[in-house]
Design a protein around this ligand. Structure first.
Ligand code: MRU
Length: 351
């Protein structure tokens, strides 16, 4: 089984089909933007950073196989395709931020008379390709800062027990992971006693993907259902809860996988520190609070069925929001590649 979710070489892109994990490890080819959009929408790739990287790389595949007559054709194509990719899933902001940056870059190159269309294409391709390495190095810094802040609350030499939700690991990013990167780092430092991962209903990213990564990495871990979190906080001596983010508003309100908010409420009640781990590419300083975040609603079938097997009574209506918003007041700290910040300090560290 492979944990490399995204493979890009010489203008060719394949992704690990996450709908088939953990039973099968199968790669699918992404031949262009249409394939990228479909893979993101169907959740063959998911996780905010991975969505942006695969979306942009699907564009890289397409433009690397095409020639452009002039610079304005190229700019027009970039805008059209990137604005389309943003529509695949609305909550995670990473794809939107990447699209805005690439559109801005193509306008700058368009205005520069010294740059010809081929050089413009090459520069944009290089910018997209650099996203893979940048995401991994950001995640390693997140791991370092997150492990540091969690251990700063533990007694010297003591080990910690961590709770996490959804999947934020190698499968959700270019590699290493965000919240799972922090857990990985604690384990590398021999300071992780145990990690608990929630099943993450209805799509089971915790049971299918996080559990898979933890077993693969031989990290001591236990799976719980989402409804066991309160009991775990009562009996489990949990040192901290840490989760990822799909979009963090300027005030620190954080959209993440459905079920995150209730974990934050429970952590608060039980005096367990609650951390969000995310790169700055998940922070949307253009919106003042979580109220402005669009929450994606997914098909009822994700709730009524597991695989082909129906588990819900036929005829029942379903409500399936994929994310919820945790108010900043419940977040102890936001762990980024630049350090750990209070939710209301993010804008000071943005540039
Ligand atoms: O619906 P998903 O599986 O894309 O949701 C994923 C999450 O909510 C993750 O916690 C988030 O994207 C951060 S991944 C590093």
């Amino acid at each position: 089984m492979s944990l490399k979710a995204i493979i890009y070489e010489n203008g060719k892109l394949k992704i690990l089909d996450q709908l088939l994990l953990p039973e099968q490890s199968q790669y699918i080819n992404i031949a262009g933007v249409e394939d990228g959009w479909n893979a993101i929408r169907k959740m063959q790739v998911r996780g905010a950073p991975a969505i942006a990287i695969v979306g942009c790389l699907s564009l890289a595949v397409e433009i690397s196989n095409r020639s452009f007559d002039n610079k304005s054709d190229f700019v027009h194509e970039m805008e059209k395709k990137l604005n389309f990719l943003i529509t695949a899933r609305p909550t995670a902001v990473n794809m939107k931020i990447a699209a805005d940056e690439l559109i801005k870059l193509s306008h700058v190159l368009d205005r520069d008379e010294a740059v010809a269309v081929d050089a413009m294409k090459r520069t944009v391709l290089e910018a997209i390709e650099s996203m893979l390495d940048k995401d991994i190095s950001d995640n390693m810094m997140i791991g370092k800062h997150g492990a540091g802040v969690i251990l700063s609350r533990a007694s010297v030499g003591n080990t910690v027990k961590i709770l996490t939700h959804c999947n934020t690991g190698s499968l959700a990013t270019a590699g290493y992971g965000t919240a799972l990167g922090v857990i990985r780092k604690l384990n590398e430092l021999n300071r992780l006693e145990h990690v608990y991962c929630t099943e993450t209903r209805p799509y089971n990213q915790g049971a299918r993907l996080t559990a898979f990564e933890l077993v693969h990495e031989k990290i001591p871990a236990t799976l719980i259902t989402d409804s066991m979190v309160a009991s775990l906080f009562t009996v489990g001596h949990i040192s901290a809860a840490i989760v990822g983010a799909d979009r963090i508003a300027a005030n620190g309100d954080t959209a993440n996988k459905i079920g995150t908010y209730q974990i934050a409420v429970l952590a608060n009640y039980h005096n367990v520190p609650f951390y969000v781990a995310a790169p700055f590419t998940s922070i949307d300083l253009t919106i003042p609070s979580g109220k402005a975040i669009t929450i994606e609603e997914r098909p009822a079938r994700e709730m009524t069925h597991i695989g082909d097997h129906r588990i819900a009574a036929p005829g029942i209506q379903c409500w399936n929001p994929a994310f919820d918003v945790t108010p900043a007041a419940l977040i102890t700290g936001i762990v980024t590649e630049k350090g750990v910040f209070k939710p209301d300090e993010l804008d000071k560290h943005a540039s």
